[in-house]
Write a protein that binds this ligand. Structure first.
Ligand code: NAD
Length: 274
């Protein structure tokens, strides 16, 4: 099976490598010359059975879409694994008969290990066709609904993660300012109902103020924009999501866009002049 892979960044490069290791013939393209094996989108798409995009945001996906439509064969399966607006995914599905939105969670480590969680929106028969490809890059792969549903689930994921970071940051500051050792406090929290993957993976680095990325504030800012737009589209008020969106925007405005999203703690500190 021939796969055209567009977007060889932090996530895309190791994903494309894993597809190659699994025996697929991969033709990788990126705007940046570095690891690409073909020189254009057209070259990556022509003759491919499957095309995958792993690009930053909706505008970049929309930029390459016309060439995917033009050079892709009638039976082309298109899998967009970028995190973009559900509305954009719906628009893509109107232009390509076999299109899946399949955003991921699990970060760079998950991409390298081939252990990503993948939430897939689209038709069942297209999902079944995509499964062997997705199994080469992910471990938890769920067909969550029709086109756009994958992106909606990803937006839900990002608002829960962002909100959790905000509350863990507030918990750390409360304990520190009250004279309690936050490391011991968070160990207890991690074992109780307040436990989470965020506490499991990030409590030590947060207490130590180690904010090396990881997942950058800039990307989470983009994702909160997607969550907010999705809520608006659904006619919903999501007050906590709105607040978390503003706190992440503040982190960015304070110059922390390149830090890990756990750097939300810096915003909570600043609000309190701590
Ligand atoms: P990245 O910026 O490292 O990679 C994107 C790549 O796309 C870059 O190499 C860039 O040169 C290329 N590109 C941009 N426009 C292009 C175009 N028109 N044609 C060809 N190539 C183009 O980003 P990333 O971290 O790999 O993230 C990709 C997507 O995955 C984003 O939507 C992000 O939100 C999502 N995601 C990232 C993570 C993470 O931990 N980094 C985790 C889950 C989901």
């Amino acid at each position: 099976m021939k796969i055209g892979f567009i977007g060889l960044g932090v996530m895309g490069a190791p994903m494309a490598a894993n597809l190659g290791k699994a025996g697929f013939e991969v033709r990788g393209y990126d705007l940046r010359p570095g690891g690409r094996t073909v020189a254009s989108v057209a070259e990556a798409v022509t003759g491919a059975d499957v095309v995958i995009t792993m690009l930053p945001d909706s505008p970049q996906v929309e930029e390459v879409l016309p060439e995917i439509v033009e050079y892709g064969g009638d039976n082309l399966l298109y899998i967009d694994m970028s995190t973009i607006n559900p509305e954009t995914s719906l628009g893509i599905a109107r232009r390509l008969p076999h299109a899946l939105d399949a955003p991921v969670s699990g970060g760079e480590r998950g991409a390298i290990e081939g252990s990503l969680s993948i939430m897939v929106g689209g038709k069942e028969e297209d999902f079944q066709r995509a499964l062997p490809v997705l199994q080469a890059v992910g471990r938890t792969i769920v067909h969550v609904g029709p086109s756009g549903a994958g992106q909606t689930v990803k937006a839900a994921n990002q608002l829960v993660v962002g909100g959790t970071y905000g509350l863990v940051a507030e918990a750390i500051l409360l304990m520190e300012v009250s004279g309690v050792d936050p490391a011991k406090g968070l160990d207890v929290l991690a074992g109780g109902l307040a436990g989470s993957r965020v506490l499991e993976l990030k409590r030590h680095s947060m207490v130590a103020r180690d904010f090396a990325p990881g997942f950058r504030i800039d990307l989470h800012h983009k994702d909160m924009g997607i969550a907010t737009a999705a809520a608006r589209q659904a006619g919903l008020a999501l007050p906590l999501t709105a607040l978390v969106t503003q706190l992440i925007a503040a982190a960015r405005a304070q110059g922390h866009g390149s830090l890990d999203h756990s750097a939300l703690l810096k915003v909570i500190e600043r609000i309190n002049a701590a």
